[in-house]
Design a protein around this ligand. Sequence first.
Ligand code: PEP
Ligand code: MG
Length: 883
Amino acid sequence: GQEFEKQADGAPTDSTEARNLLGGKGANLAEMANIGLPVPPGFTISTEMCTRFMNEGGVYPDSLNGEVAQGVAHIEAITGKTFGDAADPLLVSVRSGARASMPGMMDTVLNLGLNDETVEGLAKTSGDERFAWDSYRRFIQMYSDVVLQLDHDSFEEALEIAKEDNGFFTDTEMESQHWKALVAEYKGLVEEQWGKPFPQDVNDQLWGAVSAVFGSWQAERAKVYRRLNDIPAEWGTAVNVQAMVFGNMGETSATGVAFTRNPSTGDSAYYGEWLINAQGEDVVAGIRTPQYLSKAAREEANAKPLSMEEAMPETYGELTNVFDLLERHYRDMQDIEFTVERGKLWMLQTRSGKRTAKAALKIAVDMANDGLITEEEAVARVDPMALDQLLHPTLDPDAKRDVLTTGLPASPGAACGIIVFDSDTAERRTEMGDDVILVRVETSPEDIHGMHAAKGILTARGGMTSHAAVVARGMGRPCVSGAGGLSINNETKLLKIGDRELKEGDILTIDGSNGQVMAGRVKTIQPELVGDFGVLMEWADKVRRLGVRTNAETPQDCKVARDFGAEGIGLCRTEHMFFETSRITAVRQMILAANEAGRREALAKLLPEQREDFRQIFEVMVGLPVTIRLLDPPLHEFLPHHQSEFEEVAAAADVGVETLKQRANELHEFNPMLGHRGCRLGVTYPEIYEMQARAIFEAACEIAEASGEAPIPEVMIPLVATARELELMKDAVDRMAEEVFAEKGRRIEYLVGTMIELPRAALMAGKIAEHGEFFSFGTNDLTQTTLGVSRDDAGRFLTQYVDKGIFPRDPFVSLDIEGVGQLIELAAERGRATRPDIKLGICGEHGGDPASIAFCEKTGLDYVSASPYRVPIARLAAAQAAL
Ligand code: PEP
Ligand code: MG
């Protein structure tokens, strides 16, 4: 273990190694002690011990006993109190603290060291009997929950009944004799449920708590959180054992949580909540409604209870000095826990605060403008994936709103969906394709899967630092918390707001930016890249090397992507164009035609439509490269299904329905993804690709004619496995280009290239590059074919593969760098050896994934191509990869 106090030898507590070993909380406590802030003495048992504990099936090495005893002695020496001493007992907190912060995910035990004897000692030394018994009942309750894992509700119930019996409404009305009686009852509950009396030996208590904290690393909710946040299971958690300081020692004591800036908007104003005469859990769990920290915030909210600034001006001044110091020290916005014990301020935690994307941008840009960090650091600070929150629609300010109530704007953004009242239902309905709003009295870590599944979260209780608020902000889910006047009945699945009643399945809209809760669906508008977002993007563009293109196939998508900064189209899939109602019959006629003449007749109908598709796209993308992929999917995807569809095609092609049905049967494939698709269509039915190439060149010539600026078509051949396939297809495209140029009397610059999406194509890249002027890595298919895992069916088992550590992440989301990555490296190398100026890009889904983008940077690709809403994410990720 490591003790936190001023390090005589200057041992670093502010480094990555320190964080890895001591966890975030432990390292920062040590560092705060190091820079002279008031931190209660304590020590940290390292994350390595957790890993060992897990690997060795829950046993500790012998040496740990002595080290813990030494740690306790260290605290005793500083506090002058003795652990387990009946006269002047030392009490400690036992708290988890992983490398990455996992708010509320793991366990904490406070007031440890209390038993039937020491409680009397605490009453005497504190001169406050009520406080001592209150602390004891809190300890039994927490220990029973966290360590003994007894039924939490039965303890809550006993407390509720005790208050009721005495005619009290709040915990603060309970006097010492009431707490004493409750302690007796709690001990009864323990014995009843655990079969043994509540542990009186303080060392047993301590070891129980340490094991429970280590064990909580493997709790279901912690696993879910890790999966959602890409935290490796082997990191483990540290355990911090620290002398208790008490915020519940009367009116001069308090506890609170604070951010050095507003975590929701990024505004540079102290921001937080506190409670007089309370312990930390009271603030976070929403048991009592917390009060505002600053006078300004209280006044703005029109709240009555005094702010800390007003109630304890001196301590508040001291606290804000600490805020400034910590922010300058860590050069980042801090999330802080503090306690005031009889007027004395103690710091219990500091960490980089979780924030919304909006706040992350503002804080990074403000700090760079203030010279606290550099522009490059600002670029590095913002998580590209978090930008997603800003790239989605917000409520149209002019739309009509049927506002039911207003709560706290806990996490910004608008969400609309059906009401569900529990997390399992939220998950199930989302899987069924519904947008859901999860409505809860308050959320707990058990709700993490439901919150993730939901589009938005609404709670009746809890402040801006409640579980719901913190987790929703971290996940980028819009959230309105503490919405007054909400009455939720989980049994009848009814939500009452005033005199309005809504049931499960009814539509609700929430606006996490202003706290409004509205009935029905409210119109939304597109966001714009302005303000801090625009500034940070400019800084990112200055440092990135990779180009960023988009995968888009409609003029609207192209426009969105261009507005988001796309520098061209990396993949225009043409198959969806064939599904349009006006065309599908002609497409089916083409597929089902008995011979080339029949196909050509149908293709002639499609040519003008296809030309118009490309013309519109070129118009939006004028001056930029546009990669158009020729038809790729297995033909069977276009087949008619219903009698009426067959009849339509029969009429158009002038053949019998039965003949068509028989032809459709012939086209059936057992494994269509490995069947008659990609360039195999072009090889067997060259007229299809000829029509598409003609449409491309005719459209390009039209645009050049009209605007004077020609688009730069890059014609892409899909699913190539051999050089000869590409050679044949390139010849056909070139021939078509020459034909059109002759007809139009002008030439257009264009390229012909291929996708690399089969392992053989990667291996043969050197030969393939003889015919292809560019490669675009189709990593969706390349992953599917390299792993032999169907991209359409993998969902059923891949989650388990990730849980069991077989893949670090879903390989269809984040590139399997170790495996598939090798094929990309090899193909890039062999392609360049043949054709040094070959253009290399990626157009699979991975082109929008930051980790995969970092790999593309390392491999020296020229560009990544991402879906329109991912373009800004890709720009930022590409910049970070270049730093
Ligand atoms: C790919 O396979 O990676 C690709 C981009 O093509 P599609 O997803 O259309 O198969
Ligand atoms: Mg593909």
